[in-house]
Design a protein around this ligand. Structure first.
Ligand SMILES: Cc1cc2nc3c(=O)[nH]c(=O)nc-3n(C[C@H](O)[C@H](O)[C@H](O)COP(=O)(O)O)c2cc1C
Length: 378
């Protein structure tokens, strides 16, 4: 079958934009932000390489909607105009290559104030103040620490809820100011939106906790408010942890109830992940991690709700990714760690699927590669 007939290299129209293929580079925190959560040259190069590498959408890491919403001092932020203005050339470069630029925004909630992974990904403590990394007060749905040794967060009152929701709205407006094509709300991995959804982290007894409908309220209000400032011609993605992987937690059937409510409020694509509420890991239990381990959840969401999905998790091979799209497993395939190993993954995938014309390479490279191919053939 031709690679243009179906599968990974067929463009996808989403509201007023079209992805050149079905490959998205998954959001990946770099812990490399400059002072004041500003983007650094690192991010320009890091994200730029994926755009040159042929991906359809290149997502930024989770950018914090406020200083309190950061995971670490190394996170990029999106709460000041200066941050948006510094992101503008990054988004513009991504777009100039033919990829769409995607901004992921997040509030870390009770999972904030930690060190980078290679620094132990441990909670910041008072002693860290000596090296300019004082811990800050965490906010969350309930006063439950994310793990035993973590800080106990403050349970948010009505004013704090209003403030955080307004921060998401401000970040969405700043993402538009920066010129991003796609916005993703991080609704998984135990961060603020997911923390409200999961009964493991939300034990409130007011309008924002209790039964599933009440636990969904915070996220749905954020979506509604964000959609009202994010342009109608640009797609909105929502990353879900489709299940917690911890007993008594959020389950697939909860996700199947959440998705139609998200869609009704203007979410265009459900980005299917899992886990994160129960501890360190951002994905569900280790033993479930096999190649394409979220594809069954993504397929089920697509089938049950007619939502468009993006699937993530150990997708590493071109044929595997192509088959996911062809078989209806997902509309988009997100590549994370494999793109760290090979930032040109999408371009290589197209070659592996039979394109000998370097169609996913920038013309500045493709011209030479075609000339070399012809030379070698003579
Ligand atoms: C270095 C790194 C940073 C990550 N940061 C984020 C992030 O900012 N937001 C997010 O939603 N997921 C984040 N993730 C999870 C990835 O987006 C992805 O879901 C996960 O790595 C599984 O996909 P993979 O097997 O293709 O790597 C991160 C993963 C890695 C490896």
């Amino acid at each position: 079958m031709s690679i243009d007939a179906a599968g990974l290299f067929v463009p996808l129209e989403l509201r007023g934009v079209t992805t050149r293929n079905r490959v998205a580079i998954s959001p990946m925190q770099q812990f490399e932000a400059a002072q004041d959560a500003m983007p650094a040259t690192w991010h320009q190069v890091h994200l730029g390489q994926f755009a040159l590498g042929g991906a359809g959408i290149v997502f930024t890491e989770a950018m914090a909607v406020s200083a309190r919403g950061r995971i670490s001092y190394g996170d990029m932020g999106l709460w000041r105009e200066e941050q948006a203005d510094a992101l503008r050339p990054i988004a513009a470069f991504i777009r100039s290559t033919g990829a769409l630029s995607g901004a992921q925004i997040s509030h870390a909630g009770r999972r904030g104030a930690t060190t980078a992974p290679w620094d132990g990904k441990r909670p910041l403590v008072a002693d860290d103040a000596a090296r300019g990394m004082a811990p800050w007060e965490l906010w969350a749905p309930s006063a439950l620490p994310s793990r035993k040794e973590a800080q106990t967060p403050l349970a948010m009152d009505a004013a704090m809820i209003e403030q955080v929701q307004a921060e998401y709205v401000r970040a969405a407006a700043l993402a538009e100011r920066a010129g991003f094509d796609v916005l993703e709300l991080h609704g998984g991995h135990g961060y603020m939106l997911h923390a409200f959804l999961s009964p493991l982290s939300n034990q409130r007894t007011d309008a924002y906790g209790g039964n599933r409908e009440k636990r969904m309220r915070f996220a749905l209000e954020v979506v509604e408010r964000v959609r009202s400032v994010w342009p109608a011609n640009k797609p909105l993605f929502f990353r879900v942890s489709s299940f917690d992987g911890v007993s008594g937690g959020w389950e697939m059937e909860d996700t199947l109830a959440l998705v139609p409510a998200l869609m009704a409020r203007g979410v265009d694509v459900i980005d299917v992940s899992s886990g994160g509420v129960g501890g360190l890991s951002s994905n569900a239990a280790e033993h479930t991690r096999m190649p394409g381990y979220h594809v069954p959840m993504s397929a089920r969401i697509r089938e049950a709700t007619r939502a468009r999905t993006q699937v993530v998790g150990l997708v590493t091979d071109a044929r595997q990714a192509d088959e996911i799209v062809r078989s209806g497993g997902a509309d988009l395939v997100a590549i994370g760690r494999e793109a760290l190993r090979n930032p040109y993954w999408a371009a290589h995938a197209r070659e592996a699927l039979g394109d000998a014309d370097y169609k996913s390479w920038p013309e500045q490279y493709a011209w030479w590669l075609r000339a070399r191919r012809d030379h070698l053939a003579r």
